[in-house]
Ligand binder design. Sequence first.
Ligand code: ADP
Length: 168
Amino acid sequence: MALDHRIAVYTGTFDPIHRGHLDIISRGRVIFDRLIVGVGNNPEKEPYFSLEERVELVRKVVAPYPNVEARGFEGLAVAFVRQLGAGVMLRGLRTTSDMESEFTMSLMNLNMDPEIETVFLMAKEGYSHVSGTLLRPIADHGGPLEKFLPPPVKEALERRVRDRQSRR
Ligand code: ADP
C-alpha cells in the first residue's frame, strides 16, 4: 500500500498526556491533513495508566480538533504507522538529550521502513521541561499540576495517585 505523507502519527507513551504533548498536537494538526496520536506500551516505564485509560484521556483532550484522533497500539511504532497508511511519524524534541535518543531511534525506524519519515517539532520554551517522568512524582507529592495538565487529565492523575497511595 502506498503511504500518505499528509497523514502523521504522533507516537509516545502519554502517561498521561500533558500540555507539552498538546502543544505538539496543536501545531502538528495544522501541518498535516490528519494526525493520529498513537499511544504505545512501554513496560520499562511502569505506566500509572493502562493503555486504554491513556487513549481515553488523549481522546478527551483532542476532542475539539476534528482532524486529530487517538489510537492505542502494541509492538513496533513503524508497523503501526504503516498499518494506518501514514507516511510520517511526528515526534517532539525537548532538549539536546532528547535529540540524541530521538536521532538514533529515527535512524533505526528509517532503516526498518524507508518510506516512513520522522518529523520533529521543537518543544515550546515554556514546555521544554515538562515530561511524564517529572509530573508523576509531582502528583505523588501533591504539587501543583494545573500549569502542565488540562483539567480532566489533572483530575484523573490526582485520583490515580490517591488510589495508589491508599493501596500501599
Ligand atoms: P514523556 O513520557 O517523557 O512525556 P512520551 O513518550 O509520552 O514522553 O513522548 C512522546 C513524544 O512527545 C516524544 O517525541 C517526546 O519527545 C515528545 N514530548 C514529550 N514531552 C514533550 C514536551 N514537553 N514538549 C514537546 N514534546 C514533548
